[in-house]
Design a protein. Structure first.
Length: 394
């Protein structure tokens, strides 16, 4: 016997559907009920057809054709792997300082502008010291009188005229005014504000005509000839980050990439976000690296030699929690799917290191593994060895 012909199935369906076209099918409810009836009849017919097919297989075993599941395999290889982690970073000036007045007064002149290069000791601004000049004039007048009184009192004291206390008072008055004059003259030298470091004027914070007070910034100067790239690194990477370690720094806005060494590793953990600071010093002679420029820092946090790594998607899990993959096995009927229970190690992007369960040379099923069962016949579709090419690219 052979399978039921298609035309016979159609005849059976037509005969089953042809008798019930009465008035009950003309209403909406009747049509819905008729649809349910016909679906039930189709299901019954399909069950009968399936039963007939099973009987045909029993009577004619040669008619049963075993299908093979098409899969793609790759050869498992051992290679060296590295893992990198990328973190957000930013450019900061390596050295920044504020030029400020040491005394109070009105700013009479600011001799620099934003973006101007200055050297340490260059004049930045001047502060009006008119009040100090007036104080100096007053003290000089008082000192002149005090000096004359002291001179006269000294002559009288030499002649044993007058009391010793008068002599000492005149001497003290003269010396006190001399010290006051010295202090005021020193304050007068603070009229000029000089650059504390060499660099570039980043911001003029006070203009001529404004009042300056002691310590108030007038100009912000940054040394941008050398900058630092700063990143906040999660504390879990503390064991793998070392001073002198090579890192790759990318500047997306400039489409630029540099390889440099870590110059400073933070000595404390920020309790707010559980991170520590990482700094890399870079030369910036062309001035392209501006403070606050966004960057990314890529550092190596894991390295392994001669290990087996496979795509993470190839791993499946049983209800018991055990991980497994399918590899190519052999049987009397040809290639079959064979389960291999594995233990996972470190994850490397979309791959994972296998510590147990696979060895170089195994044929791993990388596509078509979902839905496979142990011992199922498979047909292997060949393609370029992804595992090998991945190893070569590393």
């Amino acid at each position: 016997m052979k399978n039921i012909p298609l035309f016979l199935l159609i005849v059976l369906l037509l005969s089953a559907c042809g008798g019930e076209t009465g008035k009950e099918s003309e209403t909406l409810a009747g049509k819905k009920e008729l649809i349910k009836t016909k679906k039930a009849e189709i299901k019954t017919l399909q069950n009968e057809i399936d039963k007939l097919k099973e009987e045909v297989i029993v009577l004619d075993p040669a008619s049963q054709v075993k299908t093979r599941r098409k899969v793609v395999t790759d050869t498992v290889v051992a290679n060296d792997v590295e893992r990198f982690v990328e973190m957000q970073a930013a450019v900061e000036a390596d050295d920044a300082s504020m030029a400020s007045s040491e005394t109070g007064g009105r700013i009479t002149n600011v001799s620099v502008r934003e973006g101007q290069a200055v050297r340490k000791g260059n004049l930045i601004a001047t502060v009006d010291m008119e009040s100090v000049n007036k104080q100096i004039a007053e003290v000089q007048t008082s000192l002149s009188l005090a000096a004359d009184v002291f001179m006269r009192q000294s002559k009288l004291w030499e002649q044993n005229i007058g009391s010793e206390i008068q002599y000492l008072q005149a001497k003290n008055q003269k010396e006190s005014l001399e010290k006051s004059l010295e202090t005021l003259n020193f304050q007068l030298t603070k009229a000029n504000v000089y650059a504390p470091i060499s660099g570039v004027v980043d911001e003029v914070m006070s203009d001529a005509g404004e009042m300056a007070s002691p310590g108030m910034p007038i100009v912000k100067i940054m040394n941008t000839y050398r900058v630092k790239v700063v990143a906040s690194v999660p504390e879990k990477y503390l064991p793998v980050v070392k001073r002198g370690q090579k890192v790759t720094i990318k500047f997306p806005a400039l489409n630029e990439e540099r390889v440099a060494t870590v110059t400073t590793v933070g000595r404390s953990i920020n309790p707010a976000n559980r991170t520590f600071g990482l700094e890399v010093i870079l030369n910036n002679k062309n001035g392209n690296l501006k403070p606050n420029l966004l960057a990314s820092m890529e550092l190596k946090d894991f390295t392994a030699k001669n290990v087996v790594s496979i795509p993470l998607a190839a791993i499946q899990q049983e209800i018991s929690g055990e991980d497994y993959v399918f590899v190519k096995g052999e049987s009397a009927e040809g290639a079959i799917a064979k389960k291999a229970y594995v233990k996972k190690g470190e994850r490397i992007e979309n791959s994972v290191i296998i510590t147990e369960g696979l060895k170089p040379g195994d044929q791993l099923v990388v596509e078509g593994a979902r839905g496979l069962s142990e011992g199922e016949l498979i047909e292997i579709t060949t393609r370029k060895n992804d595992l090998t090419s991945a190893a070569e690219s590393r």
